[in-house]
Design a protein around this ligand. Structure first.
Ligand SMILES: [Zn+2]
Length: 282
């Protein structure tokens, strides 16, 4: 830790969800809600006029129905399908991972600690949070990400990933009402903008509760074995040497997770400025 580094993980009380959100999240979510409302109006107008409902407007109807369908069957089936091929992480199964996870869930003030599972990543570096019941969530982390804790002694990197997933739950990203208002934006190819803001929010949560592991996210872009060899200064110099123009912005706009050239910047800035860093949306 450098002299200028702020130990943001241990100091002060936990920030509110509002403080944790990326500054674009509420705006993009409101826009998503507005698009859904417009879709409903157009669908009602078309139905009353006996006109065929446009596909994007009918997405509003599907979206509103989806939480009920999801609540009834889809989330239950998806949960069991995912975890029946996984290993639950518990106080007696990978206890060091479990202890770090519980500590962060408690620090965030989650009502209950979501169940955590390890799944064979088959080379993929991923993790996700989702609902298993209407009011209960769970987290899955892929084995290739957990490998970095044991192969590189990088538990901090795994803590960052787990804090990111808990952040999705803490900030309501897996709530079913979000499903309802996302159908029209997805049909109009702008749903990823909401997702991208949510991903930045989850990174901000992780940056607040597990800042020491932030730069380990380099593993997502350099691989779980090579990331430790990546010179971060040279990496950021090379980003500077690329044109920051329309196509980079479009590539970022088209991504549900900000592209590496964008996502790594706030993760590095944590060291100098603290956790309150906002990545670029475009
Ligand atoms: Zn995420």
């Amino acid at each position: 830790m450098t002299d200028t580094m702020i130990d943001v993980s241990r100091s002060g009380s936990a920030p509110s969800v509002r403080e944790l959100r990326h500054r674009a999240e509420v705006t993009t979510l409101a826009a998503a809600g507005l698009l859904t409302a417009v879709g409903l109006v157009v669908a009602a107008w078309a139905a009353l006029g006996g006109i065929e409902i446009p596909a994007w407007a009918s997405a509003a109807l599907i979206g509103l129905a989806s939480p009920f369908i999801a609540g009834l069957a889809i989330i239950r089936f998806t949960y069991w399908k995912e975890i029946a091929d996984a290993v639950e992480i518990t106080p007696t199964q990978l206890p060091e991972i479990h202890a770090a996870y519980v500590e962060m869930a408690n620090s965030m003030g989650l009502e209950r600690v979501p169940r955590l599972y390890l799944k064979n990543g088959n080379g993929g570096l991923n993790a996700f949070a989702s609902k298993c019941q209407v009011r209960r969530a769970y987290v899955v982390i892929f084995s290739d990400l957990v490998d970095i804790a044991y192969e590189h002694d990088d538990l901090d990197g795994v803590r960052f990933v787990l804090a990111h997933e808990l952040g999705h739950i803490h900030c309501g990203h897996v709530d079913l009402w979000r499903l309802a208002i996302m159908a029209v934006p997805r049909a109009l190819f702008v749903g990823r903008t909401v997702t991208r803001a949510q991903e930045y929010t989850a990174d901000r949560c992780a940056a607040r509760f597990a800042p020491e592991g932030a730069t380990s996210m380099m593993a997502l872009f350099a691989g779980k074995r090579m990331y430790r060899r990546v010179d971060l200064d040279a990496y950021f110099d090379s980003i500077e040497n690329h044109k920051d123009g329309f196509w980079l912005r479009f590539a970022n706009f088209w991504s549900g997770h900000a592209v590496g050239f964008r996502r790594m910047q706030p993760l590095r800035d944590i060291e100098a400025t603290g956790w309150d860093v906002h990545g670029r949306m475009f």
